[in-house]
Design a protein around this ligand. Structure first.
Ligand SMILES: C[S@@+](CC[C@H](N)C(=O)[O-])C[C@H]1O[C@@H](n2cnc3c(N)ncnc32)[C@H](O)[C@@H]1O
Length: 211
């Protein structure tokens, strides 16, 4: 779908350069039934609409969108309007709130893809990655935005004000539990193990991994 030809309104374009890598990595999911995406940071809906129109075209496929929409209230109305304009409201679960609180409530759910584009501070991004990792299916994909975030004023930001420190720290701690599918402006990780590590399996042999 060419988004410019639709009845869509965006005040800024935050994703246009990103989906090239996504379509390549996520190609196996395109059009399949019951694919589920979790998005943290939905803003005016552009990335959600990309998922809906490129990946989630199969029956029963859905996206869960978390955003507090507190900074600029009209971003939320534009999100609602844009999702309605592509007739996809029935495929979207909108959750208004802060990710660290809302993700906890999703405990037990499993997603094929998780896109992290909310709080860009290192601690906020790390927290989103750690909490949502357990919501990711084995063989699922986690996409984290703005690994390289060096445009204009952001050059002077401290490392704890950007996602890169969080993404690097996560990858160091979770080593051997994922495959790096892409590393550039964004990082895409494929989960290669379940949530239960072999080191503590002996202590809880009844517990099942999500393999
Ligand atoms: C960069 S924008 C997302 C852009 C969107 N993914 C797109 O490509 O169109 C970041 C969004 O994250 C939201 N956000 C920031 N911190 C958050 C948090 N802790 N919990 C929930 N949403 C948050 C902001 O309200 C904002 O709408």
């Amino acid at each position: 779908m060419d988004l410019t030809t639709q009845e869509l309104t965006f005040t800024s374009d935050l994703i246009s350069s990103k989906p090239k890598a996504w379509i390549h990595v996520l190609s196996e999911l395109i059009g399949k039934p019951n694919i589920s995406v979790l998005e943290i940071g939905s803003y005016e809906g552009k990335s959600a609409i990309w998922f809906l129109t490129h990946i989630l075209t199969g029956t029963g496929s859905t996206i869960t969108c978390i955003d507090h929409w507190h900074n600029v209230p009209f971003n939320e109305s534009l999100f609602d309007k844009n999702i309605a304009a592509i007739n996809c409201s029935h495929k979207v679960r909108k959750i208004k709130g802060y990710s660290n609180e809302e993700l906890m409530k999703l405990y037990g759910e499993k997603y094929d893809v998780i896109f992290i584009d909310g709080d860009h501070s290192a601690w906020g991004c790390l927290s989103d990655m750690v909490i949502s990792w357990s919501l990711l299916k084995n063989k699922g994909y986690m996409i984290i935005d703005d690994y390289i975030w060096d445009t204009t004023y952001k050059k002077d930001m401290n490392q704890w004000e950007r996602p890169k420190l969080a993404i690097d720290s996560f990858m160091n701690c979770y080593v051997n539990r994922f495959e790096i599918m892409h590393k550039d402006m964004q990082v895409i990780l494929k989960k290669t193990t379940g949530d239960i590590g072999p080191w503590y399996a002996p202590y809880n042999p009844q517990e099942k991994s999500d393999k």
